[in-house]
Write a protein that binds this ligand. Structure first.
Ligand SMILES: Nc1ncnc2c1ncn2[C@@H]1O[C@H](COP(=O)(O)OP(=O)(O)OP(=O)(O)O)[C@@H](O)[C@H]1O
Length: 259
């Protein structure tokens, strides 16, 4: 579904990502992890062609996204960005309807079908009660969920999420990632998301890509990537990993200091 081949990205001649190769299958959740500033958000921007790449290709369903017009690209890839830059005067309903933009003709008429998709996206993300509220009056967590609703409204087969749990309390972190998993399993969306919380990565992803110094250090199942040695080296802090034998899920903790 999503295929990234030999991708490198630089800002003003400064290399940030080097020779990234990865594939994400239909219905799969790939978690991208790595220390601050390693290039996780840059990867998401490059995959959605919102920044130019230095070399390499990104294809969805065999189509090179860099060659597609914006609307056609948005019909393939939806992004839930990290920074909240929603227009403060818009209502929740108006924000979510923006997700239909790539589907509507040049006259800009929204059909009953478009409105039904928007309503379903809000229902799925538990944001229907925000339909008439203005963005300026919403909390960070409410805006975060609205961003997901807008992305779902795009009806794209690939969903990219940049730190989607940042503004969410514990309940909504699990709710949102449960929803993301349902979208992968039941709707068949292809999902790539960045997360700092390695315990959530262990619980919710099918495979994990670990970035170190702009390179792909590891790409494998959570059990193979979330190891004390790989993570301690990547994050430059001694860590221990406690794996639950039954679920296979891991808890990652700092190693206690010698006194
Ligand atoms: N627009 C830009 N122009 C120049 N440099 C940039 C730009 N955006 C990001 N960078 C730099 O590129 C590197 C990667 O940034 P990026 O935001 O992709 O990292 P990240 O892994 O998402 O970080 P974090 O975990 O802190 O969110 C950093 O060194 C950052 O300072």
């Amino acid at each position: 579904m999503l295929h990234v081949k030999n991708l490198s990205v630089s800002y003003s001649g400064q290399r940030v990502l080097s020779h990234i190769d990865l594939r994400v299958a239909r219905g799969e959740i790939l978690g991208v992890i790595g220390p601050n500033g390693v290039g996780k958000s840059t990867l998401i921007r490059a995959l959605s062609a919102s920044i130019p790449v230095e070399q390499g290709t990104v294809t969805v369903l065999g189509q090179d996204v860099s060659t597609l017009p914006t609307d056609a690209r948005a019909r393939l890839i939806a992004v839930v960005p990290q920074a909240r830059a929603l227009p403060p005067a818009f209502t929740g309903w108006e924000v979510v309807l923006l997700g239909r933009t790539p589907h509507i003709g040049w006259l800009g008429n929204l059909s009953a079908h478009d409105q039904e998709i928007a309503r379903l996206a809000m229902q799925r993300t538990d944001t229907l009660h925000l339909a008439k509220r203005h963005v300026a009056e919403m909390s960070g967590g409410e805006q975060q969920r609205l961003l997901l609703a807008r992305a779902l409204c795009q009806s794209s087969p690939v969903l990219l999420l940049d730190e989607p749990t940042t503004h969410l309390d514990l309940k909504y972190q699990y709710n949102l990632l449960d929803l993301v998993r349902r979208l992968a399993r039941e709707v068949g969306l292809t999902i790539l998301l960045t997360l700092h919380d390695l315990n959530l990565v262990s619980r919710y992803t099918d495979r994990v890509a670990l970035l170190v110094d702009g390179r792909l250090e590891a790409l494998d199942t959570p059990a193979k990537v979330l190891t004390a040695s790989l993570l301690s080296r990547a994050y430059q802090i001694p860590l221990i990993v406690i794996a639950d034998r039954q679920s296979g899920q891991a808890a990652i903790l700092p190693a206690s200091r010698a006194s």
